[in-house]
Design a protein around this ligand. Structure first.
Ligand SMILES: Nc1ncnc2c1ncn2[C@@H]1O[C@H](COP(=O)(O)OP(=O)(O)OP(=O)(O)O)[C@@H](O)[C@H]1O
Ligand SMILES: [Mg+2]
Length: 244
């Protein structure tokens, strides 16, 4: 059974249907891709899943439980974590303190928050910069801090909104490796990303949104050869929409 499902989720902003009856299923131990052109409704879908945006219609289920009316705060406690399209770190705090804020809010019995931070910084390869101010980091490292902070919430489902945006090739490779490891450990990951080669490499299944609706769903091979997807999105060339 998928750990996260959306059923016919819709969001209307005034006269504009930003998300139109979207069905998604995300499984444990799997990286699922959510791609599509700028404005297709990806971030809005994330906002509905995390509880920041109430849907106009449809429902969100977490481990079979309807959480559509559950607050964002409670959903986080139930295991939904995310990173943001625009980096949202505490710039004047150290790398370690950025992660500590999340670890303290999600205390684990018998485990000091500082020990959790140490473990997570090791996991994402940031031990060496633990005491640096967050605003002094490269984009690549800043995105890893965001990832560590999301992991400190002990999620069962992790939503990543363009995590490779602004990363160079080496940083992207490192990020990809970490995501693969997290999935291998059982985490369910929903990945929004315009770096198409990265999505094709990491994801087992991909849902393509276009103008708020699901245009296609399938494996990377199926999606890459789908004429409608090529026309609406992939035909724009590599790293489509990355300049957004
Ligand atoms: N709070 C809002 N009020 C009104 N319209 C909104 C709001 N948030 C998003 N939209 C509109 O909803 C549509 C979907 O936006 P969304 O940010 O979900 O797209 P996206 O797929 O994440 O795009 P991108 O790839 O550029 O990040 C867009 O037309 C956007 O302008
Ligand atoms: Mg977006």
């Amino acid at each position: 059974m998928p750990i996260l499902e959306t059923h016919e989720v819709s969001v209307r902003f005034g006269g504009h249907l930003a998300v139109d009856a979207v069905n998604l299923a995300v499984e444990e131990g799997v990286i699922t891709g959510l791609i599509g052109p700028n404005g297709a409704g990806k971030t809005t879908t994330f906002n509905v899943i995390t509880g920041l945006q109430a849907p106009t219609g449809g429902k969100v289920e977490l481990a079979g439980r309807d959480v559509t009316k559950v607050s964002a705060h409670k959903r986080a406690r139930l295991g939904v974590a995310r990173t943001f399209q625009r980096l949202e770190l505490f710039g004047s705090l150290s790398v370690a303190d950025n992660v500590l804020t999340a670890a303290e809010l999600n205390k684990q019995a018998g485990l000091a928050p500082s020990a959790v931070v140490e473990h997570l910084l090791g996991r994402v390869g940031l031990t060496d910069v633990a005491n640096r101010r967050a605003d002094s980091l490269s984009t690549g490292n800043a995105r890893l801090v965001e990832l560590a902070r999301a992991l400190a919430c002990r999620p069962s489902v992790l939503l990543l909104d363009e995590p490779a945006s602004g990363l160079d090739d080496d940083e992207t490779d490192r990020f990809a490796e970490i995501l693969s490891e997290l999935a291998a450990d059982g985490l369910a990951i929903l990945l929004v990303e315009h770096d198409v080669p990265l999505v094709m490499r990491l994801c087992r299944e991909i849902t393509v949104l276009n103008f708020g609706s699901v245009l296609a769903h399938g494996t990377p091979v199926e999606i890459q050869s789908d004429k409608r997807v090529i026309e609406a999105y992939l035909g724009q060339g590599p790293d489509v929409g990355a300049a957004s």
